[in-house]
Write a protein that binds this ligand. Sequence first.
Ligand code: BGC
Length: 380
Amino acid sequence: MKRLLLVAAAVGSLLALTALSQKMQSSPDIQKEPFGKAPDGEQVFLYTLKSPSGMTVKITNYGGTVTQILVPDRNKKFGDVVLGFNSLDGYTSKDNTAYFGALIGRYANRIAGGRFTLDGKTYQIPKNDHGVNSLHGGDVGFNKRIWQATPSGTAKNPALDLHYTSPDGEEGFPGTMQVYVRYSLGNDNDLRIDYRATTDKITIVNLTNHSYFNLEGAGSATVLNHKLTLMADKFTPINANLIPTGAIAGVAGTPFDFRKPTVVGAHINEKNQQLEYGKGYDHNFVLNASSGLALAAKVEEPKSGRVMEVLTTQPGIQFYSGNFLDGKNVGIGGPYRYRSALCLETQHFPDSPNHPNFPSTVLKPGQEFRSTTVYRFSTE
Ligand code: BGC
């Protein structure tokens, strides 16, 4: 009897131990530390996601902002490949007009005159882009909001769930919007971003992440040596205010042809009206893929050997070559200078509400907006 009891106790503790180790294996080890106080006094935090391969991504719930992405170079040396700051001040500074690493909404990119019409009603949102257009959601976009953050995922695939409720009328947009964003690390040195949004009144939505990449390492001089491939036969030309004209033009024979790997600097200073308007590249490319999560862009940096692939379910990607960076923002990597980083913002097209020929950005009650983007890193 005694023996039986002993065996039962041993089996019991073994089971408990197995359950504990399974739990330890599956629960993510996400570090959370104070990051500073937002302008309204609320404490915000920095969360560190680390995958078994060592890839590390830091995210603050202020603006749902990615502050650092550490990935190896071809010699297995880890380096930070996005422009960021190590405290909140860099983000809240009045000199930060660049949206470094932030989640962008309710409407990423520009809306002409900040005006759009839904069901016959015209809405005016702030013209925060030189008083002419609206840019990235108005004066106080999602990038300046504090998101509710919940660590999730597993030890192998850690994740951070973010939630923000954008009230009806916020920045002039109709409808209360519930926005959910999940950042998660995959098995392949990849950062996945899943976006979801719902509304209680007809509205518009366009969500993206505004990370600035330099694969040689944040703070390196320029991205003009980065080799870029874009899976886009077409782009949307802009006017002098960077608003799409509505045309969908072929890239063939223009400086916008990145269908084969091309260094960013190859044509950037050519005499070309579109490049003059953008002060370099600041254009939306129409992605060839018409459904599913598909490769949209590839970036290769020769010195470090780092490669980044961007996959998305979105119809467009804004390629912005950091033309407005001017060295004023000094971050973890030092001063962030002119063209020292590039953005590849997966999105719907700019100013879609005013172009019926563009894929629609209208969201109605009962519908759910969903999109996914993956930034996958490797070396060559
Ligand atoms: C826009 C640029 C803008 C930058 C930072 C990009 O998404 O296309 O024109 O300067 O964001 O504000």
